[in-house]
Ligand binder design. Structure first.
Ligand code: IMP
Length: 424
């Protein structure tokens, strides 16, 4: 099995968690490389539902090494809560979880700053998850951050004192918020370090050893291409590179370590938080997608905005990531529709655009041009192979492949592990 990246082609929430969980069986290790507890990867096993924020979705399989790479930002309290919660449910977590010593730590001050900045933005708010992601990556870039390795190093107290003083200046001076107490943060971080110590490792070295010994890796993307810090709908994006480049900077592995990239997309589109969304539907069809698709954030519970499949955005995401194949999820949500639309181009003033413009104001002006397809009007849930799909569903998938430019390799027809069909 070639090392594989599974990443989102839309605005996150494409159903990557389930796909990773199913594919994990074929790999030795599952690796997160960016994002943090802003992610919420839902996996359903039998009657049990798991929502994973930081731990790779391979954890539900025994014998798989789960790695949280250097590119991830870690809220240690959240990670400990997740480990403890999974252990209580009988999931073994020991040597099978490795956390990079280079990964940055999300402090309570980052969470407070995230919320204060959002409140100060007023109507221009990004709609962040409030998990401290932007401020933590900001400190990483400013070279003032705290790393997982620091949690278990003797210099922790001094580092915390310096970092807290700097962050308090922003919190109190810029936002009039209450300051945090450095001693309390130190005590907290020290206890987090004690808990996480067995897991904190040089994961870059570990991954290279795995690679050298012929072991296989599945890279688990979080969020989606349209939320990428560079290629997404800036500034309505997250603060990490969700695209393929993040796999390398977030692990320390070279591009030659990646064999193939699977791009995951819903059969329609959703977005949570602010920012342009050309195919958004504010009508009964959008409401049906939200209800039937259970489109509420796994991390924040916020309702997701819903709309038709945007093939311009998906094609753009496939191109910049070099995706080899598509994984289409939640197609069953469209089962009852009489007609289904796909946006194949944007009308932008007098022009036809087939590429996502860099400027969000221009993207907000884009009017979708649709192709319409007849619905299949029958439940797809129990379909067992591509050959058994109703003609209308096959035609819809062919249209997506044509519009996006790569073949559909996997189709997910429901939340359970079993409701997934593969095409070789
Ligand atoms: P942040 O990552 O919390 O800073 O949020 C920035 C933007 O990314 C907001 O629009 C969030 O709603 C969005 N976002 C962050 N993580 C996810 C995710 O896992 N799924 C969907 N949207 C996300």
């Amino acid at each position: 099995m070639e090392n594989t990246l599974v990443m989102g082609l839309q605005w996150g929430d494409e159903g990557k968690g389930k796909i990773i969980d199913v594919l994990a069986e074929d790999f030795d290790a599952v690796v997160r490389f960016q994002g943090g507890a802003n992610a919420g990867h839902t996996v359903i096993v039998g009657s049990e539902k798991y929502v994973l924020h930081l731990i790779p979705s391979g954890i539900l399989h025994s014998g798989k090494l789960c790695v949280i790479g250097n590119g991830v930002v870690i809220d240690a309290a959240e990670l400990i809560k997740e480990i403890t919660g999974l252990r209580l449910r009988g999931i073994v977590i020991g040597d099978n979880l490795a956390v990079s010593d280079r990964a940055h730590i999300v402090l309570p001050l980052h969470v407070a700053l995230d919320k204060a900045r959002e409140a100060a933005r007023g109507d221009g708010k990004i709609g962040t998850t409030g998990r401290g992601i932007g401020p933590c990556y900001g400190d990483k870039a400013a070279r003032t951050g705290l790393r997982a390795g620091d949690l278990v190093s003797p210099g922790l107290k001094d580092k915390i004192a310096q970092i807290v003083a700097g962050l308090n200046k922003q919190l109190t001076g810029l936002y009039g918020a209450a300051p945090c107490n450095a001693d309390e943060i130190f005590t907290l971080c020290q206890s987090h370090g004690e808990f996480l110590k067995p897991h904190i490792k040089d994961t870059t070295r570990l991954l290279h050893r795995l690679r050298d010994s012929g072991k296989t890796m599945l890279f688990e993307g979080a969020q989606g291409a349209m939320l990428d810090l560079d290629f997404g709908t800036y500034p309505f994006v997250t603060s990490s590179n969700t695209c393929v480049g993040g796999t390398f900077t977030g692990t320390g592995l070279p591009p030659s370590a990646l064999g193939r990239t699977l791009g995951v997309a819903k059969a329609y589109c959703t977005r949570v938080g602010s920012g342009p969304f050309p195919t958004e539907l504010n009508d009964s069809i959008g409401a049906m997608m939200q209800t039937k698709g259970g489109e509420f954030g796994a991390t924040t519970g916020r309702p997701r905005r819903c709309g038709w499949f945007d093939a311009v955005a998906a094609r753009y995401a496939v191109k910049i990531n070099g995706a080899d194949g598509l994984v289409i999820t939640k197609i069953d949500v469209l089962d009852e529709l009489e007609a289904i639309k796909v946006c194949t181009a944007y009308e932008l003033g007098d022009e036809l655009a087939d590429w996502v413009p860099a400027d969000v104001e221009r993207l907000a002006e884009c009017k979708p041009i649709y192709r319409e397809f007849p619905g299949w009007r029958t439940p797809l849930r129990n379909v067992k192979s591509f050959a058994d799909l109703p003609d209308a569903a096959s035609a819809y998938l062919r249209a997506l492949e044509e519009a996006v430019g790569v073949p559909v390799k996997i189709l997910s027809l429901g939340p359970e592990r079993s409701s997934l069909i593969r095409r070789s």
